[in-house]
Design a protein around this ligand. Structure first.
Ligand code: FMN
Length: 197
């Protein structure tokens, strides 16, 4: 384990090992090859009718246009996410074609499915020695237009990816928050199902 988190039941350490830093190492560069295992892990996520509605569009810091991609984030995120090695913009297809149907229809679970894919991506990132930080403090409409997101897709989030950097690189206010957070106890969100009359 690389941090102080403690689980209340025995779980694989990978779940505690994933957390969302803001300090990224600017000396580290990622390539498309380096991102491939993250997308591959996402690929194997479950989804309703195996429709796989997640879509990812990535930008690498060392490539032209980085500042414009960073500009798609709200300033309070852009200020630190600009130091990440990659930004992944996550969208999801809002329409689904079920096996029994001829036509597309609105999907109940496009965001749910896409969240599952992002969780796997984040866990695989840690296996690669990388960290992810998901953001929805982004300019949704600007992402839509600047990335040419089709009308059938919903903009879900962006994910900053990179190696852990020096927390001293952050403004003081954020330095204090640069630590793995805790969680509610399981009893607050899981209970035996009770049927109502
Ligand atoms: C959908 C989503 C949106 C988020 N948006 C932001 C954001 O805009 N800015 C930010 O600093 N963190 C953002 N986060 C990170 C959460 O604050 C973080 O995951 C949560 O506090 C739990 O901490 P951990 O990921 O370090 O375990 C977001 C996370 C998710 C899943």
């Amino acid at each position: 384990m690389s941090n102080e988190r403690i689980a209340d039941a025995p779980i694989d350490s990978q779940f505690l090992d994933r957390w969302s830093p803001r300090a990224f190492d600017t000396s580290f560069t990622l390539t498309e090859v380096g991102l491939a295992p993250l997308f591959e892990a996402a690929r194997w996520a479950p989804s309703a009718f195996n429709w796989q509605p997640w879509r990812f569009a990535f930008a690498l810091r060392q490539e032209p246009g980085w500042a414009d991609f960073v500009d798609l984030l709200m300033p309070f995120n852009a200020m630190w996410a600009k130091n990440a090695s990659a930004l992944i913009f996550v969208t999801s297809e809002t329409q689904i074609k079920k096996p029994m149907d001829e036509e597309l229809s609105p999907s109940h679970s496009h965001a749910f499915d896409t969240g599952a894919a992002c969780a796997l991506l984040a866990l695989q990132a840690r296996r690669e020695g990388l960290y992810t930080h998901t953001l929805n403090g982004i300019h949704m409409d600007r992402v839509k237009t600047r990335l040419g997101v089709p009308a059938t897709q919903r903009v879900e989030a962006a994910i900053a990816v990179g190696k852990l950097g020096d927390r001293a690189s952050l403004p003081e206010r954020l330095q204090a928050r640069e630590t793995p957070s805790s969680r509610k106890p399981v009893a607050e969100f899981a209970a035996r199902a009770r049927l109502q009359d």
